[in-house]
Write a protein that binds this ligand. Structure first.
Ligand SMILES: NC(=O)c1ccc[n+]([C@@H]2O[C@H](COP(=O)([O-])OP(=O)(O)OC[C@H]3O[C@@H](n4cnc5c(N)ncnc54)[C@H](O)[C@@H]3O)[C@@H](O)[C@H]2O)c1
Length: 343
């Protein structure tokens, strides 16, 4: 009989049910504990998904010796404090995107997990979908030739009520940004994963419509390390929201992804993949709760296997930080009016 790893979820809001479903569905995981500062939320999640323990203080939760992995589902700017407490108690850390919202906090999260000898995995479910993997593969193998343009367009809708639905949404302190740091971070991570690292960026961001501190709209011009140019457009203020679009062009080929589906495939000698993959993004461009658990299930099981096999998880802290580093560079460029170079 294969061993199951015992998982806890800290933060029992919108995304926590996707974690609970994924932990339930993954063959090597079981949910044993939940935690939220709002105790009713912790209790409800525990009862619905069969966890035997719930509490309102994660510092108590991490003291338990019947927990192996902690899913961090708190507001983005509170990921580090939970991750650090878990790591110091020798629990593996599986955190929601974005990893954290500032460079020093990300440095610390990676460092403490390393020092304590625990795994650090991050959720970017778009990296698990077959079409996205196929596109990455042909770009990385040079099948499109020399890369010329790599673009991500994320034109979403979030209502005024969405920003009022929790105090932390739309704040610098806990959301760390808006259309890019919260919603667009998925697509930015995917763009970097498919097309490679960015060398520099020039950008403009603002809140054009919503009454929030952070940006609801952003545009950025990228220069990739491989020499290509690219564009990022992100918003949460167009109605109706559109599915994300990724356009990758080289001097030998072109691939376009629209809402998770392949909309154009011109790749010499490589047939278009036949998958009509579960994109999970069905209505998520307009409804933040419309997320399927497929990607989370893959990532939860992978995290378990990474622990069993003592290997890196599918999405490491080091690779998950790249999207945040680029978003922070975009914000800096917008603030200063200058081109910003990434480290
Ligand atoms: N992968 C995805 O597609 C996806 C989708 C939604 C959210 N997320 C990420 O998940 C995280 C949570 O987002 P959400 O929409 O579920 O937020 P939410 O506000 O619905 O839930 C957050 C929960 O954390 C609780 N909390 C706050 N401080 C806490 C603490 N110190 N200890 C324990 N619990 C605490 C809150 O009471 C709340 O119930 C964010 O980082 C967000 O970016 C990812």
């Amino acid at each position: 009989m294969s061993k199951k790893l015992r998982w806890a979820i800290v933060g029992c809001g919108v995304i926590s049910t996707t974690h609970a479903k994924a932990i339930q569905a993954a063959p090597s995981a079981e949910l044993v504990a939940t935690c939220d500062i709002i105790p009713e939320r912790a209790q409800k999640l525990a009862e619905e998904y069969g966890a035997s323990y719930w509490c309102e203080d994660y510092t108590e939760l991490v003291k338990r010796d019947d927990i192996d992995v902690v899913s961090v589902c708190t507001p983005s700017g509170l990921h580090l404090e939970v991750a650090e407490a878990a790591a110091k108690a020798k629990k593996h850390v599986f955190t929601e995107k974005p990893l954290e919202i500032t460079k020093p906090k990300i440095d610390r999260m990676i460092q403490v997990c390393h020092e304590e000898g625990v795994k650090l995995g991050c959720v970017f479910q778009m990296r698990t979908y077959a079409n996205n993997k196929a596109v990455r593969q042909v770009v990385q193998e040079g099948k499109l030739g020399k890369m010329v343009l790599a673009d991500a367009y994320m034109k979403y809708y979030r209502s005024p009520e969405y920003y009022k639905s929790a105090d932390w949404r739309g704040t610098w302190e806990l959301d760390g940004g808006g259309a890019l740091m919260n919603q667009g971070v998925h697509g930015i991570d995917l763009l970097l994963w498919m097309a490679g690292d960015v060398e520099s960026v020039v950008a403009q961001t603002d809140h054009l419509v919503r009454d929030i501190e952070v940006e609801d709209t952003a545009v950025a011009i990228l220069k990739f390390k491989n020499g290509a140019f690219g564009v990022i457009e992100g918003t949460t203020s167009v109605n109706p929201g559109q599915g994300a679009r990724f356009e990758l062009h080289g001097n030998d080929g072109t691939v376009i992804l629209r809402d998770g589906k392949i909309a154009a495939w011109h790749v010499p000698d490589v047939p278009q993949p036949g998958t009509e993959e579960e994109s999970g993004s069905g209505r998520a461009h307009s409804d933040p709760t419309a997320i399927t658990a497929t990607g989370h299930i893959f990532l939860v099981e992978d995290m378990c296997q990474a622990i069993f096999q003592d290997r890196d998880p599918y999405i490491t802290g080091e690779s998950a930080r790249k999207a945040v580093d680029l978003i922070l560079a975009i914000y800096e460029s917008s603030r200063t009016g200058k081109r910003v170079y990434l480290d």
